[in-house]
Design a binder for this molecule. Structure first.
Ligand code: NAD
Length: 339
């Protein structure tokens, strides 16, 4: 079976019906499924009868305790080095299960069925996995590519609107980084059309995944180009640190608008491209005003773990489809983020 994309020669990405793909990819293998309570409730009958480990959902359960629980259950289920761990869920399930598989018996084979839009266009691709430690995001983890990822956009129909929209922020991010065609496609369709038209959605997801794959091919471990994927994320993480009213995607949308404004003020981005970025985000239903003051935002952003000593990496859009990474003194961040 030909994959739609291959990442670093070892991870194969397939678009299509998940039941058929799982059957074809895992025939005659000993498989254990890891999922979360919500996905289990919705899709328990969707897959062949498999031994399963169900974790609690939510960022507060993305912890080493959950990984230990998975390891204990793998032992109880008689897992060995030949066992294949199939994770079905959003970014939390795939991050946790990918880490659990990478460390169980020093690493067993694993693959994903990604069930959220954010998971499909971002979390499931690229080989980063991990958990939070004492509330610090993704402090413990590995770079290990999943053997395969399945992208079945029909699974996204059951997502609440808010989760779906959160994923769209990462799609806009991908378009601004490296795909002007994807950006136009989004401009030409409403939120409702993207929600309801599976063929359109598949094209959108495929193009966003393509952006991530191209970047990870060049730089798996975030020593260079992979930093581009953090476009909008410095202000977004700061927003998430200071306030809980926005989810990650909503905060990324604010971050994208903010970085477009900063790039415009620096003379890197035209007024027209800045306006297109803001208009598209508004058309998709995002609020672009940060929920906290710019002072708080700048302070929290200067504590971002993506920083390098006294400097911080900032991703700045230069046009729709091209961005650049700059090191910026933390001390000047406040100035930059103030209107
Ligand atoms: N590894 C990476 O490169 C990477 C990249 C981006 C984000 N992430 C991580 O991804 C996580 C966020 O992922 P997420 O937004 O998918 O969150 P999530 O996994 O918590 O899923 C969101 C909610 O949707 C539910 N859900 C999942 N699939 C569903 C479906 N098909 N229908 C209905 N409900 C469904 C889940 O149970 C959950 O309640 C964060 O922890 C973030 O750090 C990782």
């Amino acid at each position: 079976m030909r994959p739609d994309f291959t990442v670093r020669d070892c991870s194969r990405l397939y678009f299509g019906a998940s039941e058929e793909l799982v059957r074809a990819l895992l025939a005659d293998q000993r498989v254990i499924l890891v999922t979360d309570q919500q996905v289990d409730r919705l899709y328990a009958d969707h897959l062949p009868e498999l031994p399963r480990i169900v974790i609690a959902g939510g960022e507060s359960h993305k912890t080493l305790q959950t990984v230990e629980m998975i390891h204990r259950q793998l032992i109880a289920l008689g897992a060995d080095r030949q066992t294949f761990l199939l994770a079905m869920g959003g970014g939390i399930v795939t991050d946790v299960a990918g880490f659990a598989a990478s460390t169980f018996m020093r690493g067993i084979r694993f693959g994903f069925i990604s069930t959220t839009l954010l998971g499909q266009v971002d979390a499931s691709v690229g080989g980063k996995n991990g958990v939070n430690v004492d509330g610090y995001k993704n402090m413990c983890g590995t770079f290990t590519q999943p053997e395969f990822v399945i992208f079945d956009v029909t699974l996204l129909q059951t997502l609440p609107d808010r989760e779906f929209r959160a994923g769209l922020a990462e799609v806009v991010k991908a378009a601004v980084i490296d795909d002007p065609y994807l950006f136009r496609l989004l401009e030409e369709h409403s939120f409702e059309q993207l929600r309801c038209d599976s063929l359109l959605l598949q094209e959108v997801v495929r193009r966003a995944v393509g952006v991530k794959v191209r970047i990870v091919e060049r730089d798996e471990r975030e020593a260079g180009d992979r930093r581009l994927l953090n476009l909008g994320h410095t202000p977004a993480h700061a927003i998430e640190k200071c306030s809980s009213v926005m989810n990650h995607g909503e905060a990324v949308a604010v971050g994208l608008a903010l970085m477009a404004q900063v790039a415009y003020e620096m003379g890197l981005l035209t007024e027209s491209d800045r306006n297109r970025i803001k208009q598209l985000l508004q058309q998709l239903g995002f609020v672009l005003e940060p929920p906290v003051s710019r002072e708080e935002l700048a302070q929290a952003a200067s504590r971002d773990k993506k920083s390098a000593g006294e400097q911080i990496y900032l991703v700045l859009p230069c046009s729709i489809g091209a961005c650049r990474v700059e090191r910026w003194p933390k001390a000047q961040l406040a100035e930059l983020l103030m209107p």
